[in-house]
Design a protein around this ligand. Structure first.
Ligand SMILES: [Zn+2]
Length: 290
């Protein structure tokens, strides 16, 4: 029960339904960013002034599904992506695929992302296979392979390698990284296999979904007093009862808890109204999270 009380507010933030896509379209992403000094507002839900756009192609990475994704963020997030891609490349890993960051002004994204609202989140795919030279039309529709297929209780050995571990390890070392979310099966795989220095497992946290990608969440940058960080991660490597909680007796991962009857959807800070415009003042309930 204690765990459930901790998880449910987070679930309200990170879970959702397909209705999200329609409701979120009230925010006009075509408005572009609000120019000015960086100003991040909110705690989970929120918005951003002064966001920068990640180039769609950079050293060691390319974005995918560009027509339905957003690649705006705080400088710490863009630096994190570019650093990770360069370091992965230097370690001999293939090009990385990058998914959603945030909208140009933050707020809820179309497609079900209830996180990714403040420019401090990014999805990086865990696919470490050599990448073919795909045309933009194929990248725009790409669905990278899942590390944890639906219904599986173990990682797919065809998709898991020492390079997967290297990629996650490198990400945990990025400046300003607050935490990194992966499927509980991936976290358990790391717990069971990483030897030597295991301190970096601390920032790798289990969450629903995330079968083919990791979600990097950066801490509020210095001086961003309207940006509220999540509660600190408990001490230790997380390979303990808090991980065991995610698994049923048959080895399957728990299903997300249903929304409480009458639960109100998370709302955006009032200060975001002027940034996001009409339609950005409330979020729909639900969402397939990532
Ligand atoms: Zn994500």
């Amino acid at each position: 029960m204690r765990l459930a009380r901790v998880f449910l507010p987070l679930a309200a933030l990170l879970l959702g339904s397909t209705a999200m896509a329609q409701a979120a379209s009230g925010i006009d992403a075509a408005l572009g960013p609000v120019r000015g000094p960086l100003h991040i507002i909110g705690a989970g839900t929120g918005c951003i002034v002064g966001a920068q756009q990640l180039p769609h192609v950079g050293l060691g990475y390319t974005v995918i599904r560009a027509p339905i994704s957003s690649f705006w963020g705080a400088p710490v997030t863009l630096f994190g992506v570019e650093t990770l891609a360069a370091e992965a490349r230097a370690d001999g890993l293939p090009e990385l695929y990058v998914g959603d960051l945030s909208g140009p002004r933050g707020g809820p994204l179309s497609g079900g992302h209830v996180a990714h609202q403040r420019g401090v989140d990014v999805d990086i795919y865990l696919d470490t296979q050599p990448k073919p030279n795909l045309p933009a039309s194929a990248l725009n529709r790409l669905a990278p392979p899942l590390i944890v297929p639906y219904g599986a209780t173990q990682v797919d050995p065809a998709q898991w390698s020492s390079q997967t571990v290297t990629l996650i390890h490198l990400a945990t070392q990025l400046p300003g990284l607050n935490r990194l979310l992966v499927n509980p099966v991936i976290k358990r795989q790391l717990c069971d296999s990483v030897t030597g220095d295991r301190s970096w497992l601390h920032k790798v946290r289990p969450w629903w979904g995330h079968r083919g990608h990791m979600h990097l969440h950066f801490a509020c940058p210095a001086g961003q007093t309207d940006c509220v960080d999540q509660a600190p991660i408990p001490a230790g490597d997380g390979c303990d009862a808090s991980l065991a909680w995610w698994f049923n007796a048959d080895g399957s991962v728990r299903v997300p808890p249903p929304s409480a009857p009458g639960a109100q959807p998370p709302t955006l800070p009032v200060a975001c109204d002027a940034i996001l415009g009409p339609g950005g003042s409330a979020l729909p309930a639900g969402a397939e999270a990532d």
